[in-house]
Design a protein around this ligand. Structure first.
Ligand code: DGJ
Length: 743
């Protein structure tokens, strides 16, 4: 996985066995892009790949070279690594910088570079990491604008075992005057043609990360968030795929941003048939003043290139993020099966009630009880108490959290606790004591959402207060799991404490503050399993994965809706991150009744749990749930670490299928789901994937016969009559266990 630099040609070639990424120092000192795609053989000179525009052919361009130079370089036609604004390239710039005199023209030229083994940490920001230096190599290219003294460092880490490159950017003010960063993309990638389709994940509360596809045409297509968190509306991810690319084959370029705040992803097709992709912090609500001596580090973008279709891209993200982004003891450890009281009781629970739920959970085989919202302050509903992270209502919890935790542990279960550290109700002791700790604009009424304000996490004293309260709660009681929720978006992003000239930093500093508090808590409590949550899945992003190995995927626990949500989420995120619970019917969010078999069959393709009053189940249902729980335990390692394949998209028809296969292709779990539809349907079959063509397999439900892998992957697994006769609720679902035949 070398990074080769040629002094003669000024070219950099980053490659591993799958990918080549080639750049060149242009004659004007900027960095040009020569190639990004499938690995190609190294050669001394790739200069012929440069397309720079010619004076006769592109008459209305301007040349970036000095006058009198025989050659001509139009930046509008040149593929670049980090394009600037206002210098003849009329596409979107990667950065906008403003000098003290308001000049926005900068001329960053190559100054030096460094190549080293491994990968550096990003100060205060989540990022993919290496466990030993052999796993990646990093190139840092330093560019300098001599007039201002500003330095810009482009960083590229290429992984040995993944077709992935991590990019980020650092601006350092080595000059004598302040400069303001108004836009800073983490990566900008120019591609020689624009014959692509875009794929991205969009939605809203209760329908997060639905899949969208559209053809890239001339113009700018952008998604992003200005909501202060990565949001359920647009995930910080974009893929470009060739027309005809499907799940199993074809060229895909994935772009994923490791960040939990405002973000922007965009693809621009120009009228000369080229494409530019950019992603980074959203420039709206962002201005970052850099005083002399100061540095700004961008979040990291992870680029994946594959010819193995969308599954190939997703499998790379899954494995890379599961093993080189998630951290801590819970990264690889089997996750406990959770019973959460939220949908059963809401905030107005009694200790007896939750103990009853936990007890039944234990009998059924569940392993960890989570006490959700409502245990602290005067909190019986969402109107008050948020911010007061201590038990005041002894009627509700006579022995406090300590007492409840003891009782849960005495049952042989682990104990988990809900927090929403970033928020406060006006009706709370915290707000009464510190009304200026929220984000608010002087003279304006701050907007409430769910009766809550947003605490100003850019402020150290606010975070210190929360750390102290959470640390006390978590060390007084024995707590094994924390669910960190965040139930509203940010508005009035003004900090009462920010010094003059720094209001444009508040949105980003807020996110850095969240990361900082997480880091302190996971450092103090390394054995606690953290689960991130944001009104369901509104902050389900790679940044969160660095701190919390799993996340609540959505508040929508309706099994049919969950198929769409989990299917979409799987484009980037591993199953080990997706918490998925079986809940009661009629479903709380949709009012729909689905069979317990379907609810279990969907939740088992995630980090399984339950979210209901288990005491309302009848004997038959208890038996089924108990069987599902035992089944999940038997296969949880496979689900957590296996290779996941999407087989049939619920966005394309009335059925969905997916599967996970273990490393040595000896065992797989297949989930098949048919949505309620018209009767008298067609025969169904699923073509499996990832098996060994030569191996002979047995399939559960198909006893008395074996199948070779090639048959299962090409002729497929036939569903037969079972799928023609709908189950309760008009749908059908089935799990198949595919196992290598024992000799
Ligand atoms: C939103 C979460 O997504 C739910 O699971 C629950 O924790 C509630 N918040 C509690 O307020």
């Amino acid at each position: 996985m070398p990074i080769i630099f040629s002094k003669e040609t000024g070219e950099f070639h980053l490659y591993n066995q799958d990918v080549s990424y080639i750049m060149q120092i242009l004659k004007n000192g900027q960095i040009g892009s020569l190639y990004y795609g499938r690995r190609i053989r190294h050669r001394e000179d790739f200069g012929h790949l440069l397309e720079g525009g010619i004076s006769a052919g592109h008459p209305r361009s301007m040349s970036a070279y000095e006058e009198g130079d025989a050659s001509f370089l139009s930046m509008q036609h040149t593929k670049q690594e980090y394009p600037c604004a206002g210098r003849g390239d009329f596409r979107e710039p990667a950065f906008v910088l403003e000098a003290a005199n308001e000049n926005r023209i900068f001329d960053f030229r190559y100054e030096s570079h460094e190549i080293f083994a491994g990968k550096k940490k990003l100060e205060g920001l989540p990022a993919v990491y290496t466990q030993d230096d052999g796993e990646a190599q990093t190139l840092e290219i330093a560019l300098r604008d001599t007039l201002s003294g500003m330095r810009c460092i482009l960083s590229y880490s290429i992984f040995r075992d993944f077709p992935a490159i991590a990019r980020s950017v650092r601006f350092c003010n080595d000059g004598t005057e302040r400069c303001i960063l108004r836009r800073v993309m983490s990566a900008s990638v120019d591609l020689p043609d624009s014959d692509y389709e875009l794929l991205y994940l969009t939605g809203a509360w209760a329908r997060e990360r639905h899949v969208k596809n559209l053809k890239l045409e001339e113009g700018l297509h952008r998604i992003g968030s200005t909501r202060g968190s990565s949001s359920g509306e647009y995930n910080p991810f974009l893929a470009l795929k060739r027309p005809g690319t499907d799940e199993m084959s074809g060229e895909v370029l994935g772009f994923s941003l490791i960040y939990s705040g405002n973000h922007l992803e965009q693809a621009e097709a120009d009228t000369f048939g080229t494409a530019r992709v950019q992603l980074g912090i959203h420039p709206a609500w962002f201005d970052w003043e850099l005083a002399p001596g100061e540095t700004f580090q961008s979040p990291e973008a992870v680029l994946v290139y594959t010819r193995d279709g969308l599954n190939g891209m997703s499998q790379t993200y899954h494995e890379l993020y599961r093993t080189h982004l998630a951290r801590g003891v819970w990264r690889d450890r089997e996750r406990p099966l959770v019973i959460n009281n939220w949908e059963a009781t809401g905030a107005a629970f009694t200790e007896d009630k939750v103990l009853e739920i936990a007890r039944r959970g234990k009998e059924l085989g569940l392993e960890l009880f989570v006490l959700d919202d409502g245990w602290f302050g005067e909190r019986d509903d969402d109107t008050k108490g948020l911010g007061d992270w201590y038990v005041t209502n002894k009627e509700k919890l006579p022995g406090g959290i300590e007492g409840l935790s003891e009782k849960i542990h005495a049952m042989g279960m682990r104990f988990g606790l809900w927090f929403e550290p970033e928020m406060v109700n006006p009706d709370s002791d915290l707000y009464r004591a510190h009304p200026d700790w929220i984000l608010y604009a002087p003279g304006h009424r701050p907007l409430l959402s769910r009766y809550q304000y947003v605490l100003d996490f850019s402020r150290r004293e606010v975070r210190d207060y929360l750390y102290e309260k959470m640390e006390t709660a978590l060390s007084n009681a024995s707590v094994d799991y924390v669910k960190w929720d965040m139930n509203r978006y940010l508005t009035e992003c003004y900090s009462a404490a920010a010094p003059a000239g720094q209001q444009g930093q508040v949105m980003h500093r807020y996110v850095l503050g969240v990361y900082e508090l997480y880091e302190r808590l996971i450092g103090r409590f390394p054995n606690i399993l953290f689960e991130s949550c944001s009104a369901g899945g509104a902050r389900f992003d790679p940044g969160m994965l660095y701190y919390a190995p799993q996340a609540w995927t959505s508040d929508d626990t309706d099994a049919l809706e969950r198929i769409l949500i989990q299917y979409g989420t799987s484009y980037v995120y591993p199953l080990s991150m997706m918490a998925a619970h079986v809940s009661d019917v009629p479903n709380m969010q949709t009012g729909r009744v689905t069979p317990l078999s379907l609810r279990g069959n969907v939740a088992m393709f995630g980090m399984f749990g339950c979210e209901m009053d288990l005491n309302t189940l009848d004997e038959k249902e208890c038996l089924l749930l108990k069987r599902q729980i035992a089944f999940v335990k038997r296969y949880r390692e496979l689900v957590m670490k296996g290779k996941f394949y999407r087989l049939k998209s619920p966005f394309a028809g009335d059925e969905a299928a997916w599967m996970v296969v273990n490393d040595n292709q000896s065992e797989a779990l297949v989930g098949y789901y048919l949505f309620p539809g018209s009767p008298n349907g067609s025969w169904r079959r699923i073509r499996l994937a990832g098996l060994s063509p030569e191996k002979e397999y047995t399939v559960s439900g198909r006893e008395g016969r074996t199948f070779f892998g090639d048959e299962l992957m090409n002729a497929g697994l036939l569903l037969g009559e079972e799928a023609l006769i709908p189950q309760e609720g008009g749908c059908f679902s089935k799990i198949f266990v595919v196992s290598e035949k024992e000799n």
